[in-house]
Design a protein around this ligand. Sequence first.
Ligand SMILES: CC(C)(COP(=O)(O)OP(=O)(O)OC[C@H]1O[C@@H](n2cnc3c(N)ncnc32)[C@H](O)[C@@H]1OP(=O)(O)O)[C@@H](O)C(=O)NCCC(=O)NCCS
Length: 154
Amino acid sequence: MNDSNVGVDVVIRSMHRGDIDSVVAIELQAFTSPWKAETFLGLIGRTGAELWVVEHSRVGVIAYGVLWYLLDQGQLANMAVAPEFLGQGLAARLLDHMLELACNRGIKSIYLEVRASNERAAELYLGFGFREISRREDYYDLPKEDARVMRIEL
Ligand SMILES: CC(C)(COP(=O)(O)OP(=O)(O)OC[C@H]1O[C@@H](n2cnc3c(N)ncnc32)[C@H](O)[C@@H]1OP(=O)(O)O)[C@@H](O)C(=O)NCCC(=O)NCCS
């Protein structure tokens, strides 16, 4: 099997401090305003924050997601897949995992923001049952762009 073809060779597990270099390497490729290592480190172990990675048995960390919540409201704060592993269903698997976890935590609804031009992510979220509820004008920088605010009721 080619290393870019994940097949069944992946597990989803909690993010550890030792994952941060791999996570930040993906983050830098995925976003124009990437989170810093300190942001991930500050969230690991914090109440109300859930950080997950997709780990390939040979390659290591190839995707991650961050959900935070307060009482019964959650926010999907971050998610990315390494460029060479896009389009193989990894984000869908990770999202499925995080939504199930959210249900188990008693979370009733989850919000997220996504760049207006990010059709790939929007398709993913809409396919899972998220609905656009509003827009935030000029929410993003680099480039300046609106955010679509989406919500799912669990
Ligand atoms: C958004 C992102 C996480 C999707 O990851 P992925 O692993 O490629 O997504 P998946 O393979 O699981 O695809 C799931 C669904 O997304 C949508 N999708 C995936 N690739 C797509 C593409 N090229 N065009 C349109 N929709 C696409 C489809 O609905 C797909 O479902 P389907 O294959 O059953 O039709 C990934 O593109 C990424 O890391 N982007 C950069 C960071 C980012 O934008 N994060 C989200 C911030 S809100």
